[in-house]
Design a protein around this ligand. Structure first.
Ligand code: NAD
Ligand code: UPG
Length: 474
């Protein structure tokens, strides 16, 4: 008799696999949970106190369960054989070449996992798609498993993850819902119930939703598309506010107080970033195109077009405000992560502003409390590195800083690009005194007191906010 009620393996120890499994292990001490990865570096990180990702509260959860019923390993073959349930939580980035390049999600890693499971498994298993995938991926996984099975049977479930970075632990502990899609057959329903009973250890049954496979896969893309659409919608209005004297924060409040609309995801910004929104909408766009639904594809493509417009609009505003040239000027970038409370820089809007300003010849000094210089550099080299024409060499034009006041010293302009709490309470008088004059301030996250900044002497531009020099009585 095993000492465990159930054994789980998760393939992929990234932003989703790590925190999700750590919470399952914490909440279910009688379930053995192993998180596996092909990257030794990643696994070494999870086995140390210097976890590979920054997420508030994560280290405490990991420490509580690690060594008890939570383990991290690169020995995937052995752990596949042990497991009753195998989660696939690997990265599914947008394809960069071939059919559907720039739109379709690449599910190569999911397929490799399925092949490995089929090859080494010695008993029946439930295989759970945790990765975000195009609708109908489960049928491909099922076929791969079926055509390779050595007499074992596999049930494929879809269980997309809805956690947001920066709040992963609270999202996992108190999710709005857990979604489980399965085949509507006795075996499929039984597998879905087995997985539901894991979550039921801490999540009320009424919040555990079961659907067919395709609804579950597609719901994940739709949820992200709806959330991103709200951000693009309010950002489109921010541009109109700047032209008319309306204030985007007042509009968000007025509109969001309507229960039917709701308050959340109406915070205007320099644009949305992160590894999911753009990737998942592009995935949806590609699916619509694949099924001949061009109007639907164009509709969702508009959400991304608006986001690109917003990022570009911000850079253009910086250049225009600073007398139409930033060549040779020092500009401080405060915040590089795609949102606060994460060190993740994937698709961060900061990077696009940095790219635009570099192309204009600015000298950039960047500070972020969580993003390592290594991560800043690799993302920047990718987006605006030596291979890109017209972009000056990064090492000549970009300095990364550890101190926010030093970052701003002598600069002509300061841009807030991530809404870190610590930026709200900076000594702005000290910053102003240390800057070249006129001192420009660009708030891409609407976190500062613009009136107070103007009183100090700053020339302030804030997204969606009326410029008092242009509109009286605002
Ligand atoms: N990041 C998020 O906030 C978030 C939230 C919900 C859903 N998702 C989705 O979850 C999936 C994973 O995202 P992530 O952010 O955790 O990615 P990630 O890049 O942080 O982690 C993926 C991990 O999978 C590993 N991996 C790749 N191929 C493997 C294989 N064959 N076997 C074992 N390990 C392998 C990689 O080494 C990497 O450590 C994606 O589909 C993503 O869209 C992400
Ligand atoms: O009102 C808002 C809300 C968000 N953002 C920006 O939108 C991006 C995404 O933010 P958020 O959704 O909070 O973070 P993610 O970690 O990308 O989480 C999203 O993507 C995940 C991956 O699929 C999903 O699991 C989550 O449910 C979904 O919220 C960030 O750049 C935010 O700054 C805004 O500009 N305004």
């Amino acid at each position: 008799m095993s000492e465990w009620d159930l054994k789980i393996l998760c393939m992929g120890a990234g932003y989703v696999g790590g925190p999700t499994m750590a919470v399952i292990a914490k909440q279910c001490p009688k379930i053995r949970v192993v998180v596996g990865d092909i990257s030794q570096k990643q696994i070494d990180g999870w086995n140390s106190d210097n976890l590979p990702i920054y997420e508030p509260g994560l280290l405490e959860v990991v420490k509580e369960a690690r060594g008890r019923n939570l383990f991290f390993s690169t020995d995937l073959d052995k752990e596949i054989q042990e497991a009753d349930i195998v989660f696939i939580s690997v990265n599914t980035p947008t394809k960069t070449s071939g059919i559907g390049a720039g739109r379709a999600a690449n599910i190569k890693n999911c397929e490799l996992c399925a092949r490995q499971i089929a090859k080494v498994a010695k008993s029946d298993k439930i295989v759970v798609e945790k990765s975000t995938v195009p609708v109908r991926t489960a049928s491909a996984i099922q076929r791969i498993l079926k055509s390779n099975e050595n007499g074992n049977s596999f049930q494929v479930l879809s269980n997309p993850e809805f956690l947001a970075e920066g709040t992963a632990i609270t999202d996992l502990m108190n999710p709005d819902r857990v979604l489980i899609g399965g085949q509507q057959t006795p075996e499929g329903l039984k597998a879905a119930e087995t997985l539901a009973s894991v979550y039921a250890n801490w999540i009320p049954r009424e919040q555990i939703l079961t659907t067919n496979l395709w609804s579950s896969e597609l719901s994940k893309l739709v949820a992200n598309a709806f959330l991103a659409q709200r951000v693009s919608s309010i950002n489109s209005i921010s541009a109109l506010c700047e032209s008319t004297g309306a204030d985007v924060s007042e509009i968000s409040r007025a509109v969001g107080m309507d229960d039917r609309i709701g308050k959340r995801f109406l915070q205007s910004s320099v644009g949305f970033g992160g590894s999911c929104f753009q990737k998942d909408i592009l995935n949806l766009v590609y699916l619509c195109e694949t099924y001949g639904l061009q109007e639907c594809a164009d509709y969702w493509r508009g959400v991304i077009n608006m986001n690109d417009f917003q990022k570009r609009r911000f850079s253009e505003k910086v250049v225009a405000a600073m007398f139409n040239t930033v060549t040779g000027k020092k500009i401080s970038i405060l915040g590089y992560a795609f949102k606060k409370d994460t060190g993740d820089v994937r698709e961060t809007p900061s990077m696009f502003v940095v790219r635009d300003l570099l192309q204009e010849g600015a000298k950039l000094h960047i500070y972020d409390p969580q993003v390592s210089r290594e991560d800043m550099w690799s993302e920047m080299s990718y987006t605006c590195g030596v291979n890109h024409d017209n972009t000056p060499r990064l090492d000549e034009s970009v300095t990364t800083e550890d101190d926010v006041y030093k970052t701003c010293e002598g600069s002509h302009g300061v841009c807030i690009l991530t809404e870190w709490d610590e930026f709200k309470t900076l000594d702005f008088k000290k910053i102003y005194d240390s800057m070249a004059k006129p001192a420009f301030f660009f708030d891409g996250r609407l976190i500062c007191d613009h009136k107070a900044l103007r009183e100090i002497g700053f020339e302030v531009y804030a997204i969606g906010k009326p410029d008092p020099n242009k509109f009286s009585g605002v």
